[in-house]
Design a protein around this ligand. Structure first.
Ligand SMILES: [Zn+2]
Length: 183
């Protein structure tokens, strides 16, 4: 009987296993990358999904049709469990980079060229990965391949093409290049 109970418990543990909500400790990584304590951070892993989505929502005093009030800035990343960790990290740091842009440039960033903002966020994200001794340039290349393989996504007017984004990161992520060229 005791063995049966142990077996049942083991089965329950196995069947009840679910990926931890934050296997990367994404919240700690986001704070390390410069995400301020005032920013709400949401990280979720979706089971059996190939998609990875992230966004930065600026804060401020916002009026809806019903009320006005302060809105907390927010960074969110929703990652499919199938997505390689390096790609998730790149997306996470890319969204933190949009927050850093907002801190530096304020509302003026919304008048800037959206493609230039995306490419700047890419460079920052890739360099953050290199600062962690991760292969940032490999990660953005992997993201390009992943998005094409799973979604035939090659780019859009607000982001430029993935090929251009990889080329931009290769040319401008000097922190990674110095590391790569070091003897
Ligand atoms: Zn972006």
């Amino acid at each position: 009987m005791r063995y049966l109970l142990a077996l049942a418990l083991a089965l329950t543990l196995l069947l009840g296993w679910a990926p931890p909500a934050d296997p990367l400790d994404a919240a700690a990584l986001a704070r390390w990358a410069g995400l301020g304590p005032e920013v709400q951070f949401v990280f979720r892993v979706d089971a059996d999904d190939d998609a990875v989505n992230g966004y930065f929502q600026p804060g401020g005093y916002v009026c809806s049709p019903f009320e006005c009030g302060p809105v907390q800035p927010k960074v969110a990343v929703i990652a499919g469990r199938n997505v390689p960790e390096a790609i998730v990290l790149y997306v996470l740091f890319h969204e933190v980079a949009h927050y850093l842009q907002w801190r530096e440039w304020g509302e003026a960033m919304f008048a800037m060229d959206p493609v230039a903002l995306e490419w700047d966020a890419d460079v920052r994200a890739v360099e953050m990965m290199c600062a962690r001794h991760d292969d940032g340039l490999g990660a953005i290349s992997a993201a390009r391949d992943w998005l094409y393989t799973h979604y035939q996504y090659e780019g859009d007017v607000l982001h430029g093409t993935m090929a251009e984004r990889v080329a931009n990161a290769l040319a401008r992520a000097t922190a990674c290049r110095q590391r790569a060229e070091a003897p």
